[in-house]
Design a protein. Structure first.
Length: 304
C-alpha cells in the first residue's frame, strides 16, 4: 500500500504518499500501543460526505485518553484534516484511516517520553466482505479464540494491539473455508466479529450483545437508531451461540463491513440461508442514509 500517488496527512501537514514513513524503532510498532479509526466517506448529491465524522473522531480521542496518549491536535483539527485528505486525494467515496501512535524516542514498556503522532490516509475500498456477501450473506465460524475481557484490555478503545486477537480469529476462519469469525467473550457469550458488531433477528425483534466485551460500534449505533425509528424492537443483551443458530436472521455491522448478512454459522443455516427481510430493510436504509438520501439523518454526514 506504500507505493502509490496521493497525499497523507502526517502530524499537521500533507506529505506525499510514498514519504509518509516512520522509524523501525517506533514504540507502537514494538508494543502495539496505537489507536486508530476506520471511517468512510460516500458520494452524495451534495458532494462527498464523511459518515459520522464527529463520532469517529471523538472515539479516536477517547481511545487515546484510555491509554494516556495526549493527541497534540484538537478534535476540530483532526476532523478538518480528514475532510482535507478526502478532498486532496479527489476521492468520491473512500475509507479513511486515522492513526495515533508513539514515536521512536525510546523503547521499553514505559511509554513515557515518547511523542504522540497522528496520520490520516484515505483510499477507495469496496465491500469489505465482498459484493456477493453483501447480497447473499456470508459463512461464519465461531472462533476458538476468546474476545477481550474488560480487565485485560479496555474495549471502549480501538487499539492496534487488540487486533492481534482479531487477526488470529479471522485467519482461523478463513483457513477453515469460512468468510469471517464470530468471537465469544470470556464467559462464552457472543461478542462480535473480528472487525464487526453482530446482530440477530428473532420473531421480528432485533438483538445485539451489550457492550461489555465488544467495540461500541458507530454502525451498530446507527443501525440501532434506524431500527428504532422503523418501529423494530431492539434489545441489547447477552446472546448465546445457539441463539444465533436458531435465529431468523443475522448480520454484521461495521464501517468496513457496513451491513453484511450472515447466512450460516458453524455449518448451521440461519433462517432461510439468505439475506432476511429485516436485514434487507436495514441494509437498504443504511445505504440511503450514507448516500444522503434520507434527510432525517442528514446530520450524520459532513461534506468534505
Ligand atoms: N468491532 C470491531 C472489533 C471492529 O474492529 C469494528 C470496526 N471498527 C467494529 C466492531 C464496528 O465498529 P464501527 O461500526 O464503529 O466501524
Amino acid at each position: 500500500m506504500d507505493d502509490r500517488d496521493g497525499k497523507i496527512w502526517q502530524d499537521g501537514s500533507l506529505v506525499d504518499w510514498r514519504d509518509a514513513k516512520i522509524h523501525v524503532l517506533t514504540h507502537s510498532l514494538h508494543y502495539g500501543m496505537a489507536v486508530f479509526e476506520g471511517v468512510r466517506a460516500y458520494q452524495t448529491d451534495e458532494g462527498t460526505a464523511i459518515f459520522r465524522l464527529k463520532e469517529h473522531t471523538q472515539r479516536l480521542f477517547n481511545s487515546a485518553k484510555i491509554f494516556q496518549m495526549t493527541i497534540p491536535f484538537d478534535i476540530d483539527t483532526v476532523m478538518r484534516a480528514q475532510q482535507q485528505v478526502v478532498r486532496e486525494n479527489q476521492l468520491e467515496s473512500c475509507y479513511l484511516r486515522p492513526l495515533v501512535w508513539l514515536g521512536s524516542e525510546k523503547l521499553g514498556i514505559s511509554a513515557k517520553g515518547n511523542t504522540v503522532h497522528v496520520a490520516i490516509a484515505a483510499w477507495p475500498w469496496g465491500a469489505y466482505l465482498g459484493e456477493e456477501g453483501m447480497a447473499k450473506g456470508i459463512r461464519v465460524k465461531t472462533s476458538s479464540f476468546t474476545r477481550h475481557h474488560v480487565n485485560v484490555s479496555m474495549v471502549r478503545a480501538k487499539a492496534s494491539g487488540y487486533y492481534i486477537n482479531s487477526i488470529l480469529a479471522n485467519q482461523e476462519a478463513l483457513t477453515d473455508g469460512y468468510d469471517e469469525a464470530l468471537l465469544l467473550d470470556t464467559e462464552g457469550y457472543v461478542s462480535e466479529g473480528s472487525g464487526e458488531n453482530v446482530f440477530i433477528v428473532k420473531n421480528g425483534k432485533l438483538y445485539t450483545p451489550d457492550l461489555a466485551s465488544c467495540l461500541d460500534g458507530i454502525t451498530r449505533d446507527a443501525v440501532l437508531t434506524l431500527a428504532r425509528d422503523l418501529g423494530i424492537a431492539v434489545i441489547e443483551k447477552r446472546i448465546t451461540r445457539d441463539e444465533v443458530y436458531c435465529c431468523d436472521e443475522a448480520f454484521f455491522t461495521g464501517t468496513a463491513a457496513e451491513v453484511t448478512p450472515i447466512r450460516e454459522l458453524d455449518n448451521r443455516q440461519i433462517g432461510d440461508g439468505r439475506r432476511g427481510p429485516v436485514t434487507a430493510q436495514l441494509q437498504a436504509l443504511f445505504f440511503d442514509v450514507v448516500a444522503g438520501k434520507a434527510p432525517q439523518y442528514r446530520h450524520w454526514l459532513t461534506l468534505v
